[in-house]
Design a protein around this ligand. Structure first.
Ligand SMILES: [Zn+2]
Length: 273
């Protein structure tokens, strides 16, 4: 039976000011089992801090990295693609200092590109990224995240294509799938069908998934902002059921604004199944 480790992106709210090391200690004390560096605007962990987190998390906390948001691997400007690759690589290097399992990234915006041109360009950018990853000796893996809005690259079908062409793994953000579809992907059947889709891509993927989840506000243009579970329409109870029923393993990062509160709610609900 596979199992999921639950965690949060960043420092628990109660020790917010005390930095990453205190944050990871608190995550451990709370009984959560995963931590993700939230490098939203910039990479704000030093090598020393990252190495210390590598030490204290060993055998207890699964570490991952969220690369900075300013990434567009399908930009019409080649220089922007190179800068984006650099940012992902720099984030992964910090992850490696902490023995992170993975670095998750948002891949980009279509701008004026057609979907098929965007896919072609994304495949070539990802291949460049993978080459850089090998050259830099990075041992953690990379994952492309499912997008929260139609203007951003990253539908389930697109990440499937990327996986087929490049072998790049992915992060499924169930809140993004829910927002992108303007309210779908929120029932047991819908969750199961997403997981069945992944199982068909490659059965082994379910045993080692990287998942993001929270409540979310959305419109027909997709994601607006993340919300606490109890202020949203998130059906987390059935998501936990679906993950159990489909024998999913790996890590789930709860991206709710009330971080550890909702992380613990998800963990407890999952344990009930
Ligand atoms: Zn993300």
């Amino acid at each position: 039976m596979n199992r999921i480790k639950f965690g949060i992106p960043g420092i628990p709210t109660t020790v917010k000011k005390d930095g990453y090391v205190a944050g990871v200690n608190e995550i451990n004390r709370l009984g959560l089992e995963a931590f993700e560096y939230p490098f939203g605007r910039f990479i704000n962990a030093s090598k020393d801090t990252a190495e210390e987190i590598g030490q204290i998390s060993k055998g207890k906390i699964s570490v991952s990295v969220h690369a900075p948001y300013y990434i567009n691997l399908i930009s019409p400007d080649k220089e922007k693609i190179n800068l984006s690759i650099d940012r992902i690589i720099k984030a992964s290097i910090v992850g490696d200092y902490s023995h992170a399992s993975t670095t998750v990234f948002h891949s980009g915006y279509y701008t004026s590109l057609s979907k098929s041109d965007a896919l072609k360009l994304m495949i070539s950018s990802i291949k460049l990224l993978q080459k850089k990853q090998i050259e830099s000796g990075i041992s953690s893996d990379l994952r492309i995240e499912t997008s929260g809005k139609p203007s951003q690259f990253g539908t389930l079908e697109e990440i499937n294509e990327i996986y087929m062409e490049t072998g790049l793994n992915f992060c499924i953000d169930f809140a993004h799938l829910h927002a992108y579809s303007n309210g779908k992907v929120n029932t047991l059947e819908e969750y199961i069908s997403v997981l069945e889709y992944i199982k068909e891509i490659d059965e082994q993927l379910l045993a080692n998934m990287h998942i993001h989840y929270s409540g979310i506000e959305y419109s027909d243009k997709g994601e607006k902002r993340h919300l606490p579970l109890d202020e949203s329409d998130a059906n987390h109870i059935d998501l936990m059921k679906a993950l159990r029923n489909m024998n999913v393993g790996g890590v789930l990062i709860c991206e709710s604004p009330v971080l550890e509160k909702d992380g613990l709610i998800l963990q407890e609900e999952y344990g009930r199944n």
